[in-house]
Design a protein. Sequence first.
Lengths: 311, 282
Amino acid sequence: MADLTTKIGTLTLKNPIMPASGTFSEELAEVFHLDTIGAHVTKTITRGKRAGNPMPRVCEVGGAMLNSIGIPSKGAEWFVKNVVPFYADYDAPLVISISANTADEFARFAEEVSVPGVAAIEVNISCPNIEDDGKAFAMRPGPTGDVIRKMRSATSLPLWAKLSPNTGEVVEVAQAAEAAGADALVTANTMLAMAIDSRTGCVRLGNIMGGLSGPALRPITLRMTYQCARAVAIPVIGCGGISAIDDVLEYLIAGARAVQVGTATFISPTTMPRLVRELEQALVGRGLPSVDALIGTVEVAYEAITLAEYA
Amino acid sequence: MSASLCVVPDSISAGAPRPPSIHEVGARIKSHEWVNGEYRLLVLDAPASILNCEPGQFFHLLCPQTDRFQPYLRRPMSIYSFDAARGTLSFLYKVAGAGTGALAELQPGATLNIVGPLGKGFEIRPEWQRPLLLARGVGLATLAPLARECARLDRPLTAVCSARSPELLMSTDLFRSYGAEVITVTDAEGNSGVESLTTLIERLIRSRGIDAFFTCGSARLMRMLQEMGARHGIVGQVALEQQMACGIGMCQACVRPFRRETGAVNLRVCREGPVFDLQEVL
Ligand SMILES: Cc1cc2nc3c(=O)[nH]c(=O)nc-3n(C[C@H](O)[C@H](O)[C@H](O)COP(=O)(O)OP(=O)(O)OC[C@H]3O[C@@H](n4cnc5c(N)ncnc54)[C@H](O)[C@@H]3O)c2cc1C
Ligand SMILES: Cc1cc2nc3c(=O)[nH]c(=O)nc-3n(C[C@H](O)[C@H](O)[C@H](O)COP(=O)(O)O)c2cc1C
Ligand code: FES
């Protein structure tokens, strides 16, 4: 037996495997018992109703996928009344993901959804900031800090900032979120991408561009996880391309305290319970007593030989 | 799309955790034959746990990686037949692109990973005593279990089957074996157009007393039936297709707009469908 529990700030998860926002919903309870996993993370919601993007909303690209689902939402009130109670039957903490157009709206929204039954708020700052020419908040440290700071004074729930791989300032954004009072980071969301059908010459997503997810994203989000885990003291939750147990181990070794599984659940809806089982076996196999014993153990190997200089 | 469109209907109720009803299993291929130049019949040995199906439901198939094709997402496929007593489940599919191309390479004895049964199937209401089924293309596969259900419920069925050519008319013998009256039309014979079909179905409504429509496989024929249904006060159901990612209801990839009392709503084809009220489709 190995101890699979992990702490994300004040929350203790029974294991470090949880879903990624937008790839999980109540319907998965018809596939496996939802208390098998460490936490429940809901699809991002907005305060008002939204329809989402035009079709087609997904396409596959060489062992990965693009999506431009957008954020269809029935609004905050409906969510609190209908979705939050569903999860009350489970022990796993409920993390709800929210998005908004401005930092003030984020704060107001955080207050509204700070209701009994919600254990933490994941802040989807990969959405466009209408006060910054539509640039995503998570692109830069300033807007990221603004959102988290305003939310921090609006709710006492733990705040998880979900970062974007589209920024060149990962470490600065991570540190801004931490300084503003974030309790954890999630690394990361999808990477902006596109696909064209060369036969017809048509773009393959209704929204033209969409987010890349699945195995192809993993080296990028793993790198972000490593960078963030070294740069901040708050827990980092790895996310991107996880489908096999080795992927989970990779993220933990890089410094993640937990991981989120997204697209893999579409390919195999039983991925998460399988990873929980296999994680236990992997730790036992390595003679490790706990998940904690593996976290952040990455070794950097240096080649001893000196490379020849170009003449 | 207007901003008033909302998604996820109020179908999810809070409640105690239920036992799993959707299963991911590996099923052994029993046989896998071409039925004509375009379609293959795939028969699987399936455990009883997944054979509690409704006509119109579907499975999500994990097509294999082959030298020629590397599909990533699963592919949705209607149940062509299911038999709990014999432990078999079959699909009738058209070889189209990467997913079905890879599927077609699987040999008997190989294992196929499938998830299901998924979605909401047909509902044959008690007042629907004299149904008519109109199928084209893959619709001939999707509507096959419905024909069996009509036979079980003792509802005399008329099946109008349409295809490009007589060679592509599948399932007609199966429909007949369920006691259905089968009428075939094809593009090759020039009797499958909307005009000819309208005349034909008008005649059937009068002579057979048709009181319900079921259709699948053609948007054009669905529109035709919507129009005829509105004119004659005949209701019905349609099985729709839409590109999917999860197949279970999590991702919102598969939504389409429908007419409801409250206005237009986006519903998930994989979850609220694939079978919908004929007149609700926008
Ligand atoms: C509920 C449902 C039931 C179906 N039942 C049958 C059936 O019984 N027999 C049959 O032959 N076909 C059926 N189809 C269509 C079948 O899913 C597609 O033909 C198949 O996905 C094509 O995949 P591909 O990789 O071969 O083609 P590609 O064109 O290469 O596929 C590319 C992508 O588009 C998607 N796609 C392409 N065509 C369709 C389509 N018509 N509907 C949904 N997604 C599509 C694929 O899933 C894939 O993600 C059904 C579709 C749905 C939604
Ligand atoms: C269909 C789909 C919808 C998503 N929706 C959201 C969302 O609403 N909010 C969010 O923060 N991330 C969303 N994501 C991103 C995932 O949560 C995750 O960050 C990303 O997919 C990378 O992980 P993966 O490779 O394991 O899928 C979505 C991803 C997919 C594929
Ligand atoms: S395919 Fe994911 S919701 Fe229908």
